[in-house]
Design a protein around this ligand. Sequence first.
Ligand code: MN
Length: 154
Amino acid sequence: MIFVVQKHDATNLHYDFRLESPPRSGAEGHSGVLLSWAVPKGPSLDPSVKRLAVHVEDHPLDYADFEGRLGPGYGAGAVIVWDTGPYELRDGSIDDGHLTFRLDGHKLKGGWSLRRFRENWLLVKMDDEFADRATDVLVSRPESVLSGRTIEDV
Ligand code: MN
């Protein structure tokens, strides 16, 4: 299964964090979508930092490599694929209100969790060899992992 983080310069810049939905027994229709959260401040590699993640509508799996400009209407603005790669679900589900998983992206690696907190969710890096309290990866690696473009280039 794959994950993708799309940097999206809409009215408010945010990062769309998406996980390919795990197959569910007896619910074939739920496979092949991207479970999606909008993360206003983007992911942090510091395990002490909890980033607000707003659960938003599922997206089709083939949206995972979309880069370009969205037209007028909701979400208009530039999109780049800020990170992507395989991921492994370790525990939990949307219905449980928590997910733990392992990412193998270009920028995001190792253990992460999403946990429901009141009406929203929190995205947190787990404390492992890929945790980094010193580097703001959003600043040090602003570019698309597909094209090398920054959001300003799109
Ligand atoms: Mn968005």
